[in-house]
Write a protein that binds this ligand. Structure first.
Ligand code: XBP
Ligand code: MG
Length: 250
């Protein structure tokens, strides 16, 4: 039985990457006097490194004008990432990032139906705290029993750590929950944690980019997105995986 929804943030709740994080990275680079503009197209590749600080560090490897020493690289990445997140919060506050269709209604519907919900993301906590009130209002946190962010784990998605931690916190077995993701790293993380998964493609992770073999229900960006539909998808996965009669903790 479906008891919990585990929500990814970037690309799932809202299209934050192209018009939010990417723009904010570029503002931070320009402010620091760096000629490091990330185009929309290039950002699609950069997104395969999860975590903004890690993404900057990976990019530095390709830049002859990056600091030479590891120590200076890390210090600059930390500083740029901090500023990036401040710019991101300002962009969000300007109303530049909207919820994806159906998401807000579904979170409210699930809350009203008594489902447990959690935020399970690799983004920084400050970005969640900036975005969620604009999507769900000042009492957004009441909808979620756990909010797990980039700072809460050693390893970011595609590592399953953040999902495993979420299940532990909620006291649930993987088959009792459903992860909602948009990206390949996110889908790999949920899959590796043993979670059934709905994959809703986003701007940077279109359906054709999703690797085969993930135990996912792949929907389209336009698919009707309500609780009845999620229960149906979860039931379909349960049937395919033979979860009927599986007891929690077994
Ligand atoms: C997406 C990410 C993040 C964001 C930037 O995480 O990989 O790194 O691009 O956020 P998810 P930070 O889809 O799991 O929400 O700069 O805070 O890392
Ligand atoms: Mg995502």
């Amino acid at each position: 039985m479906l008891k919990a929804l585990l929500w990814d943030v970037d690309g799932t709740l809202a299209e934050t990457e192209r018009d939010g994080h990417r723009v904010a990275f570029n503002l931070a680079f320009a402010e620091a006097g760096l000629n490091w503009g990330w185009t929309e197209q290039h950002y699609a590749e950069l997104l395969h490194v999860t975590g903004g600080r890690e993404r900057i560090l990976a990019y530095m490897v390709t830049r002859p004008d990056a600091p030479a020493s590891q120590q200076h690289k890390h210090a600059l990445a930390r500083q740029l990432h901090l500023r990036k997140n401040q710019h991101y919060a300002a962009l969000v506050a300007e109303g530049r990032i909207l919820a994806r269709p159906g998401v807000v209604a579904l979170i409210r519907e699930a809350a009203a139906a008594g489902l447990v919900q959690a935020i399970v993301t690799t983004t920084s906590r400050s970005n969640v705290q900036a975005l969620l009130p604009t999507l769900l209002g000042p009492h957004w946190a009441a909808c979620f029993s756990a909010v797990l962010c980039g700072e809460d784990t050693e390893r970011k998605k595609p590592d399953p750590e953040v999902y495993t931690l979420a299940l532990q916190r909620l006291g649930l077995a993987p088959h009792e929950a459903l992860a909602i993701e948009d990206s390949t790293p996110g889908a790999k993380a949920a899959h590796a944690a043993g979670l059934p998964l709905v994959l809703r493609p986003s701007v940077y992770f279109p359906a054709q980019a999703v690797p085969a073999g993930l135990a996912a229900v792949l929907c389209t960006a336009e698919d009707h997105f309500d609780l009845a539909q999620l229960r149906e998808w979860h039931g379909r996965r349960a049937h395919a995986a033979g979860w009927a009669g599986v007891q929690r903790g077994v």
